[in-house]
Design a protein around this ligand. Structure first.
Ligand code: G6P
Ligand code: MG
Length: 218
């Protein structure tokens, strides 16, 4: 039996879908006449689709009836899915397969913990479904990160205690969620931004398999 398990966020850790979210939000924002920059898109990382639209409308000082809100939400997602549909295995971020394959070879339990309701179709597109013992996505959680719900469900599915789990995250809220859950947090991104993470790496190219071995207690 293994003592440790690994839980991965999807967007910004395994694949770079932020650029597609940006294009789809930008398209809608342009339509509504609300300025929307790449910097603003940063604030949407790890944030649910519904909350993103609420924020966008707040920026535009717009209040709309529920039916209109739902229609825009659906429009953004359809646009986004147009990009997802074209994704291939090449879009898995560099050296992510190196780590996933290593963990798989050693039969270390792996889970996905994402706020995205599109997590499954994305994983399918990039061919990574078989790596995960559990996939917990935006369709299963009621409380958004930094609430630890998504990671706690993944740990439960993996039959591990929170302290046995290592979480890879690119969003501040995700690192916070992992820390609140009592898991070991590994930040992927900027050290200054993810300063609450136990460890931080710019990306997976900086991650050594010896480090993974140590984390996994192999
Ligand atoms: C991830 C991304 C967010 C996105 C959210 C919901 O957390 O980082 O930018 O808004 O998922 O994604 P969805 O695919 O359900 O619209
Ligand atoms: Mg993310």
């Amino acid at each position: 039996m293994h003592n440790k398990g690994f839980i991965f966020d999807l967007d910004g850790v395994i694949v770079d879908t932020a650029k597609y979210h940006y294009l789809a939000w930008k398209h809608l924002a342009d339509e509504l006449g609300i300025p929307f920059t790449k910097e603003q898109n940063e604030q949407f990382k790890g944030v649910s689709r519904k909350r993103c639209l609420e924020i966008l409308l707040e920026w535009g000082n717009m209040k709309v009836p529920q039916a209109q809100f739902d229609a825009w939400l659906a429009e953004k997602n359809e646009d986004y899915l147009g990009y997802i549909d074209k994704m291939t295995e090449d879009e898995v971020l560099t050296d992510v397969p190196k780590v996933l394959n290593f963990l798989k070879e050693h039969k270390i339990p792996m889970g996905l913990g994402s706020a995205s309701k599109n997590a499954r179709p994305i994983l399918k597109k990039v061919g990574l479904i078989p790596y995960f013992n559990t996939i917990v996505d935006g369709t299963q959680v009621s409380k958004a990160k930094p609430d630890p719900e998504v990671f706690l469900i993944a740990a439960r599915d993996l039959k591990l205690l929170p302290e046995q789990c290592i979480v890879f995250e690119d969003a501040i809220a995700g690192i916070e969620a992992a820390n609140i859950a009592g898991m070991t947090s590994v930040g992927i991104g900027d050290k200054d931004v993810l300063s609450d993470a136990r460890y931080v790496f710019k990306d997976f190219t900086e991650i050594d398999l010896d480090f993974i071995k140590e984390l996994a207690e192999l």
